[in-house]
Design a protein around this ligand. Structure first.
Ligand code: ATP
Ligand code: MG
Length: 644
């Protein structure tokens, strides 16, 4: 198969991006439309060293642009208006829709005009609480068009979680829809928003308008609770506005959006991204990491409620003029073959998803995959957690028929775009390794004292120098911004993740550094033990945490979910421990295996180890904030199985 970039071309470009970042990124930025060019001496201004003054990152200062113009108008103006911008697949296999770039522009303009008509201005916040309807990216783009700052809240969060975010960013308008069906479950989104607005009003933040899209496939207008004066039906107002709306030219450093992190490690952080650098970075990473071609049909299973849905459902692909598939439903509804059904239906060429979904589909068995052709696929991608080599191989061999490279993209809400990722075909893959840095990114691995290590090594993953997609602050909390990311190791951005570099220079993410276990002096990354457990044919998923241990300092405590139908037994316990002993060594053997029918996960599908640590050490009254858990019921199940 033919891919655009060879390893040597990468090396050459990478070197240039490091030697001359201003020149490298300016050249790329020039391929976008700027109403006014940035000052050439201010391509990048930065200070990442707290000992030298406040942290500052600025890119393309003085430039004026608009990301919506670059993602939509630019393609319509170039004559590509008839190209499909978005396909939409609903919860049920017979529900679908599509929008061309011209139609998308019309819809974005109408909503933008409506928002302006109710007084939303440049710099105002708008909270969006929508499921994966096309109206979600439309709403993001409409805000960006008029310079409003969107804050998308994943439409699975509780009223309290929305209220927290509303209280924080004080939006003029909240955009939602009355309800959504996910699988067979009806979720009354508007009721949840109503409750959140009562809550935020108690905190002194009153929102004047709740723009509500009538999602007829899920709930009728008449069944929707309504507060006259505040609530407005989208369909009653938005279509009446003109399909032309001038864009607001904003400064490269004007805020584009505010988004909260997944909350895997504690209270979510309000990450703020600005316009110019983010635009250039999201577009460029998308193009190279997926080897994008204009004929591609691209599908990312992430929800726009997460950074992945911002950079790689909405902005990255549209900035490249791509055709994006937006899927509303659950990946295993009506059965675990749904993803491949969708791939065949639309001829999806690039498929980007998360390890949690790969592991769950793997557990359901290859039969569901084999039923479909999947011959259109050419590039696969993974994000969110380290992908266990066993899950990687299944994805590669079964889903991709051993012919599609996997881009295992390591990045964060904070980084705006990919940081360490393979480029398809450019170098040999190693299952489970995110491989090498993207252009302009200088990953360094430091020890506890912040000393850079070279060659084969393992330690704390930091980034030297800024990159255009870097976040600029934590909203309203500059202190936490500096303390969390820049104070641990002066001069560097600290990712919070552990990383190992092998003899060939490949990067292996080992999990969060807070989760690293120190057993008898051996520092053990959670990802490595989990991967060894998952390689056991009867283990579907595993999560490992450290507990106090009298002799070793810390012991290894493993929560294990078995493949469906496999009974718990002591023999199986022994054989799981053996799997770790033989693959890593006796020092990493779990001291305890705790059977887990399910694991506590964030709503973006990540395992929440901090809760597992509390369960493992029986500190049950200190479970902390569980509001970002997808299914809090799992916790009780685990507690009740503690002594089995
Ligand atoms: P919080 O910061 O609130 O605890 P979070 O870190 O889970 O939440 P995100 O920004 O959504 O929020 O996730 C980024 C993290 O996800 C990374 O720091 C890393 O731990 C993990 N991650 C993402 N992609 C990969 C990958 N390809 N390989 C390994 N880990 C990954
Ligand atoms: Mg994080």
């Amino acid at each position: 198969m033919f891919f655009s970039m060879t390893g040597n071309q990468y090396l050459e470009m990478y070197q240039r991006s490091i030697d001359d970042p201003a020149g490298f990124w300016s050249e790329i930025a020039e391929t976008f439309y700027w109403k006014q060019k940035w000052s050439p001496e201010e391509v990048c201004t930065e200070n990442l060293d707290v000992t030298k003054g406040p942290i500052k990152i600025e890119w393309f200062k003085g430039g004026k642009t608009n990301i919506c113009h670059n993602a939509v108008d630019r393609y319509v103006e170039a004559g590509d208006g008839a190209k499909i911008a978005m396909y939409w697949e609903g919860n049920e296999p017979d529900q679908d829709g599509k929008l061309t770039y011209s139609e998308l522009l019309d819809k974005v303009c109408q909503l933008a005009n409506y928002l302006k008509s109710v007084g939303v201005e440049k710099g105002d916040a708008v909270v969006i609480y929508l499921p994966m309807l096309m109206e979600l990216p439309i709403a993001m783009l409409a805000c960006a068009r008029i310079g409003a700052v969107h804050s998308v809240v994943f439409a699975g969060f509780s009223a309290d979680a929305i209220a927290q975010r509303i209280t924080d960013c004080k939006p003029k308008v909240v955009i939602t829809c009355n309800a959504v069906k996910r699988g067979q479950k009806l979720i009354p989104l508007k009721d949840i928003v109503d409750a959140s607005l009562v809550e935020s009003a108690k905190n002194g933040v009153t929102v004047g308008i709740c723009l509500t899209y009538e999602n007829q496939l899920a709930m009728k207008k008449e069944d929707t609770q309504w507060i006259a004066g505040r609530d407005v039906w989208w369909q009653d107002v938005v279509p009446n506005f003109p399909t032309r709306c001038d864009v607001e030219w904003v400064d490269a450093e004007d805020p584009l959006f505010l988004l909260y992190t997944s909350g895997s490690t504690g209270k979510p952080k309000g990450v703020l991204h600005t316009t110019g650098g983010y635009m250039v970075y999201a577009a460029t990473t998308f193009k190279h990491a997926f080897d994008y071609k204009p004929t591609d049909i691209y599908w990312c299973t992430a929800d726009c409620g997460w950074i992945t849905g911002h950079s790689y459902v909405t902005y990255g692909p549209l900035l490249n003029g791509a055709t994006v598939l937006v899927y509303e439903g659950a990946p295993n509804y009506p059965d675990p073959g749904r993803c491949w059904d969708i791939v065949d239906k639309y001829g999806v060429t690039i498929f980007y998803t998360a390890p949690t979904l790969i592991r769950s589909l793997m557990r359901d068995g290859s039969v569901y995959v084999d039923r479909y052709s999947r011959k259109s696929l050419r590039v696969l991608g993974s994000v969110g957690e380290p992908i266990n080599p066993t899950a990687w191989r299944w994805f590669y061999n079964v889903v991709g028929d051993s012919r599609c490279p996997i881009s295992d993209t390591w990045w964060q809400t904070e980084t705006g775009g990919f940081m360490i990722t393979p480029l398809p075909g450019a170098w040999p893959q190693k299952p489970g390794s995110a491989t090498f840095p993207f252009f302009g990114v200088q990953p360094v691995i430091v020890d506890e004292k912040g000393r850079e290590m070279t060659g084969e090594c393992s330690g704390y993953l930091c980034i030297k120098k800024s990159w255009p997609g870097a976040f600029r602050t934590l909203y309203g909390d500059k202190d936490r911004y500096e303390t969390t990311y820049f104070k641990p190791f002066s001069g560097y951005y600290f990712s919070g993740d552990g990383c190992r570099r092998d003899k060939d220079g490949y990067h292996w993410l080992t999990g969060r550094v807070d989760d690293v276990i120190n057993a008898s002096g051996h520092r053990i990354g959670t990802a490595e033990v989990e991967s060894a457990l998952v390689s056991h044919p009867k283990c579907a998923e595993a999560a490992v945490v450290g507990i106090d241990h009298e002799v070793k300092g810390q012991g290894i405590y493993a929560f294990v979910t078995l493949v469906d139908g496999v009974p718990y037994s002591d023999d199986l316990r022994k054989s799981l421990i053996m799997a770790v002993r033989s693959q890593i060594g006796a020092f990493a053997a779990p001291d305890k295996i705790h059977w887990a029918p399910g694991l506590p996960k964030t709503r973006s599908g990540k395992i929440m180890r901090r809760i597992l640590r509390k369960i493992a050490s029986r500190q049950l009254d200190e479970l902390g904030d569980t509001s970002t858990l997808a299914d809090p019921g799992v916790v009780d199940q685990l507690i009740s199985l503690s002594d089995s």
